[in-house]
Design a protein around this ligand. Structure first.
Ligand code: KIV
Ligand code: ZN
Length: 455
């Protein structure tokens, strides 16, 4: 019998912290469109905005609260009455409203930003939570800059807000300063030291200034946090927040290390990423884990060969599991003959080994110059390589015409008829050594060529 995996609440803050990314602000219809996609994605909480920040944000939170009924809808508020009242005004008709109150607790913020003492900070936090609780059952508190707050004082503030009625304690690494082991220790300290902690959910909110947001969030979960705050494509203030798709897929791909469940529908991840990018006009970085255009693209010949034999060789999750239509084999200078021959077949040309070698050499020289070899380049090259001078008729018989710039792996087009042989000259291996022309040793020779050409 397998033990039940703890369920992690996925709190999506793309529409609030994510929107704080330069260039990522969204208007009300855009926010509503994305909120519907987050609902399809299966997130548990949507932080829809910061209602006091602007009338537009207020209207967006209100519209989302009215239209999106399954997830909890949260609105952000500073620890003061006007913010909390405005947040409640926007949220009050939600099926499941949450007020999210924050107040900085680090000495740096108390001294330079808020200009209040520690005692004043504790009193303000508790008062704000009591007021929020008088309006809404579900209240979250965030001690801003928690990871640079003196731990004894942090525990004191947290204890006061639990006493005042907070139901979720979110621990923000506001400036992306912490590292996984340290953040895990902080969560353990809070669990050990804060009275009443067992009645509330601990949450992690990690920024990516040192590129450790996802690792820190996972360390917090391992230490007992049961909510993760994250964003699609990892957008957010400065270097961004922990990326939702990375947190979720780390748990799916490595259940041996992260034995937790989420309600996220993996197959909706790519659609959410694309929609966000379309709405904001901010492209996803090509090598972004899970959602970047290269996340399931393979260019190296050895990798392409492995992928064509079995995708498990170079992919730890299927593209379909995150809603990406298919893997791509990109034809570039690192590609090998295996992918090249399949692309040629998809374009309607089938070659024997030697003819392919011929094409391959010229293909590599071309790829060196133009980086990505598109179908029209390849067709030109094929015709040029195998056309006797003066003749307009290619010697190669075209089998199935197709238009696509990449090879879709692993299912190559079936080839309806046998290959036509080509007249080819003497061949050499990668080091210029002539290869035997024909004979019984052809199979061994083929294997040797595979090795020399890096397949
Ligand atoms: O990073 C942060 O501290 C925040 C809080 C408002 C939760 O975004
Ligand atoms: Zn934040």
């Amino acid at each position: 019998m397998t033990a039940e995996r703890p369920r992690i609440t996925i709190f999506d803050t793309t529409l609030r912290d994510g929107e704080q990314s330069p260039g990522c602000s969204m208007n009300q219809p855009e926010k509503l469109r994305l909120a519907h996609q987050l609902d399809r994605l299966g997130v548990d909480v949507i932080e829809a905005g910061f209602p006091i920040a602007s009338d537009g944000d207020f209207e967006a939170v209100k519209a989302i609260a009215a239209a999106v009924r399954r997830p909890i809808i949260a609105g952000l508020a500073r620890a003061c009455r006007p913010d909390i009242e405005r947040a409640w005004e926007a949220l009050q008709y939600a099926a499941r409203p949450r007020i999210h109150v924050f107040l900085a607790t680090s000495d740096i913020h108390l001294q330079y930003k808020l200009r209040i003492t520690r005692d004043q900070c504790v009193a303000q936090a508790a008062d704000a939570i009591r007021f929020a609780k008088s309006l809404c059952e579900d209240v979250e508190f965030s001690p801003e800059d928690a990871t640079r707050t003196e731990p004894d004082f942090l525990c004191r503030v947290l204890e006061a807000v639990v006493e005042a009625g907070a139901t979720t304690l979110n621990i923000p690494d506001t400036v992306g300063y912490t590292v996984p082991a340290e953040f895990g220790d902080l969560i353990s300290t809070i669990r050990r030291r804060v009275k009443g902690i067992d009645k509330v959910i601990i949450s992690a909110h990690c920024h990516n200034d040192l590129g450790m947001a996802v690792a820190n969030a996972l360390a917090a979960v391992a230490a007992g946090a049961r909510q993760v705050e994250c964003t699609i494509n990892g957008i957010g203030e400065r270097a961004g927040n922990a990326s939702l798709e990375e947190v979720v897929m780390a748990m799916r791909v490595r259940p041996d290390r992260f034995a937790y469940e989420t309600g996220v529908v993996g197959e909706q991840i790519f659609a959410a990423s694309q929609l966000l990018s379309e709405i904001t006009g901010v492209p996803v970085q090509p090598n972004k884990a899970i959602t970047g255009r290269n996340a399931f693209a393979h260019e190296a010949g050895i990798h392409q060969d492995g992928m064509l034999k079995n995708a498990l060789t170079y992919e730890i999750m299927t593209p379909q599991s995150v809603g990406v239509p298919d893997s791509k084999l990109v034809l570039g200078k690192h590609s090998g003959r295996h992918a090249l021959s399949i692309r040629c077949e998809q374009l309607g040309y089938q070659f024997d080994r030697r003819a392919l070698d011929d094409i391959y050499r010229r293909f590599v020289r071309l790829a060196d110059k133009i980086k990505h070899v598109e179908d029209h380049h390849l067709l030109e090259l094929i015709r040029d390589t195998h056309k006797p001078s003066g003749s307009a008729t290619p010697l190669i018989e075209k089998i199935v015409p197709q238009q696509a710039a990449v090879v879709n792996a692993p299912q190559a087009e079936p080839v309806p008829e046998p290959a036509k042989p080509f007249p080819v000259g003497p061949q050499t291996n990668a080091f210029g050594v002539p290869l035997p022309v024909h004979g019984d040793s052809h199979h061994e020779q083929t294997q040797q060529e595979d090795y020399l050409w890096g397949v």
